[in-house]
Ligand binder design. Structure first.
Ligand SMILES: Nc1ncnc2c1ncn2[C@@H]1O[C@H](COP(=O)(O)OP(=O)(O)OP(=O)(O)O)[C@@H](O)[C@H]1O
Ligand SMILES: [Mg+2]
Length: 363
């Protein structure tokens, strides 16, 4: 099937800055594609090139198989929802949603029907006569999306559309947006620096860093099988150790940390004895136990002292200081077994080599 959107070797330079550095990706019809990366990595620049507000330095952008480089922004089959949504405050909700259709000179009765349909789809039927300031932040956001959707774009570009909302509303809108995308069956390209937004909603996520895509994959791919140290550090939380590889048999490794601990891990890429490397272990991959015997099946075991308990409901963590003074973050199991844990308690912790991802790093 022809992808809805394809970017090929896309480059954008502003003077000496390369904001987008040879990015290629394709988005299948009806899917939710996110670009996730830190501030300044080039996300908005990609969107502005797709929308046509900015010309690429080189590369191509194809929509439904055809290049749109020579198509002006208002003729491209894409629409963009901005972080600070720009509804027209003087117009009613219905007039806001119908704005683009009026510009296309669609007959009035047809516009009214489309607007009603859109209001139904966003779960706000009958509010067409209201003013913009009579809606909550989340409702306004849905109207902003409906206003783009009625134009039936092939691709909808959303640049941090939830950025202006408070946390609770963002959590709610994550689920709503995903449902809206399915309801309208439109291809979404979604920009965010919030990994949870990307993980919850996306079919595919591109992790972007300094103008480049580090990895493109499903949330599970990025979380469980990161290709690069940047992705491993950016998605989810991780305990990290740098050191030198002492033994390597295929992907099975043993590394000596800078602080002198021997650790078993699994290589991503090729690693050989003597190489400088870094190990990543997620807090939820580490098991807690009262005794060392309970952890004898694990490849890596340490003893430590509880220095802090970070209570956060189901996401609670405990900080454990090991024998060489390093602090590890460990997820507190929900079994209740460690409900009475307190500062100063001695604990045993263990994790498997399969849960310890190791990358080569520059020495
Ligand atoms: N018109 C411009 N002229 C010069 N430099 C620019 C221009 N637009 C963007 N840049 C630079 O390009 C880089 C990427 O900017 P961009 O807006 O794409 O980042 P972003 O990933 O969207 O960041 P944020 O998450 O903060 O919105 C930045 O270093 C920025 O300063
Ligand atoms: Mg931006």
């Amino acid at each position: 099937m022809t992808p809805d959107l394809e970017c090929a070797d896309l480059v954008k330079r502003f003077g000496d800055t390369t904001a987008v550095d040879n990015v290629s990706f394709s988005v299948p019809p009806g899917s939710f594609f996110s670009i996730l990366g830190p501030s300044g990595c080039g996300k908005t620049t990609i969107m502005r090139m797709i929308a046509g507000f900015l010309d690429p330095t080189s590369g191509d952008i194809r929509i439904k198989g055809g290049s749109v480089l020579d198509t002006p922004p208002n003729k491209r089959p894409v629409n963009m929802v901005f972080q600070h949504l720009a509804l027209f405050p003087m117009m009613t909700i219905a007039d806001n949603i119908g704005y683009g259709l009026r510009r296309q000179k669609m007959p009035k009765d047809q516009i009214a029907r489309k607007v009603d349909e859109a209001l139904d789809r966003i779960g706000l039927p009958g509010i067409g006569g209201r003013k913009v300031d009579e809606l909550s932040g989340g409702q306004k956001q849905r109207v902003a999306i409906a206003r783009c959707m009625v134009l039936e774009p092939d691709v909808l570009l959303l640049d941090e559309p939830l950025g202006a909302l408070d946390l609770k509303l963002r959590e709610h809108m994550k689920v709503e947006l995903k449902a809206l995308q399915a309801a309208f069956d439109t291809t979404f390209v979604y920009i965010t620096h919030d990994q949870s937004e990307a993980l919850v909603m996306s079919d595919q996520i591109a992790v972007m860093n300094a103008g480049r895509f580090e990895q493109v994959g499903t949330g599970q791919d990025l979380y469980y099988r990161p290709d690069t140290p940047f992705v491993a550090g950016f998605i989810g939380e991780a305990n990290r150790w740098k050191g030198r590889i002492e033994r390597a048999e295929g992907s099975a490794l043993e590394m000596r940390t800078e602080t002198g601990l021997a650790m078993r891990a699994t290589a991503t890429g090729t690693l050989s004895p003597g190489d400088t490397a870094e190990i990543f272990v997620r807090p939820e991959s580490i098991r807690l136990a009262a005794t060392a015997e309970a952890l004898s099946a694990f490849d890596n075991q340490l003893q430590g002292t509880v220095t802090s308990i970070l209570f956060n409901g189901a996401a609670s963590r405990v900080l454990v200081q090991d024998s060489v003074g390093e602090t590890l973050e460990v997820t507190l199991p929900q079994s209740g077994e460690f409900a009475n844990l307190k500062r100063g308690d001695t604990l045993h912790i263990g994790w498997g080599a399969a849960q310890a991802t190791c990358f080569a790093v520059a020495a």
